[in-house]
Design a protein around this ligand. Structure first.
Ligand code: SAM
Length: 211
């Protein structure tokens, strides 16, 4: 599967790894203007490494839910267009604001992704991509509530963390339930376990169903 424009495989320590062009954020190695995008620290990076058909080609408008300190969303902003980054914990959001200072198209929002009505006045609709990595109970509900921002031809790229839903159940059973819930508002196009990079996480590529 081809990588989006602005994402390349480059050699770091004699291994071909993903990289984007931008200011370093988390101490990652650099090669001139390129910085390593570490799939072990990024579920979206892992999706690209594993060759999922994300539909990303570069320049997309993005809503990113669960931005934390900006590790992954900084790479997204390096190759995408306007990138709205929602995070509800104040401490990581402070770091995220620093990350955004060097990236004019990255807009940090200290908001709760379960309450999209609180940022609907800031975030445009008709977005190309909704990236979700919230690691919270009710991940399908969060995706459903934020579908309103997506273009009908847009894509949901979600990382579902089994332990966030239920630490006691078998992850496969949890994933089936989350997918069943997601199917109420999305058509699931592809799924893949991310265990090679992230234990007990399922990647989901989906498109919104008509409302
Ligand atoms: C696994 S971390 C995200 C890592 C990040 N996506 C990355 O790759 O750099 C999950 C984040 O989701 C945030 N989160 C959980 N529930 C949330 C909610 N309802 N609204 C916004 N952020 C939430 C957590 O505070 C945490 O920072």
């Amino acid at each position: 599967m081809s990588l989006p424009d602005g994402v390349e495989r480059r050699s770091f320590d004699d291994r071909q790894r993903l990289a984007t062009r931008g200011d370093p954020v988390y101490g990652e190695p650099t090669d001139g203007p390129w910085r390593l995008w570490d799939a072990g620290r990024s579920k979206l990076g892992a999706m690209l490494e594993l060759g999922l058909d994300t539909g990303l080609s570069g320049g997309e408008s993005v809503l990113y839910l669960g931005a934390a300190s900006g590790t992954t969303v900084s790479h997204v902003a390096d190759f995408a267009g306007p990138t709205y980054a929602v995070e509800f914990a104040p401490r990581p959001t402070r770091d995220l604001v620093d990350v955004a200072a060097a990236r004019p198209t990255l807009f940090p929002l200290l908001k709760d992704a379960r309450r999209p009505e609180t940022y609907a006045h800031v975030v445009e609709s008709g977005l190309d991509v909704l990236v979700q990595d919230v690691a919270t109970r009710g991940q399908a509900r969060v995706a459903a509530r934020n579908r309103t921002f997506l273009d009908p031809d847009g894509r949901l790229l979600a990382a579902i963390k089994a332990r966030s839903e239920d630490v006691t159940r078998d992850p496969s059973a949890v994933f089936e339930d989350v997918l069943d819930d997601l199917r109420g508002s999305y058509e699931v196009l592809e799924t893949a376990r991310l265990d090679r990079y992230h234990d007990d996480h399922l990647a989901v590529v989906a498109r919104p169903r008509e409302e």
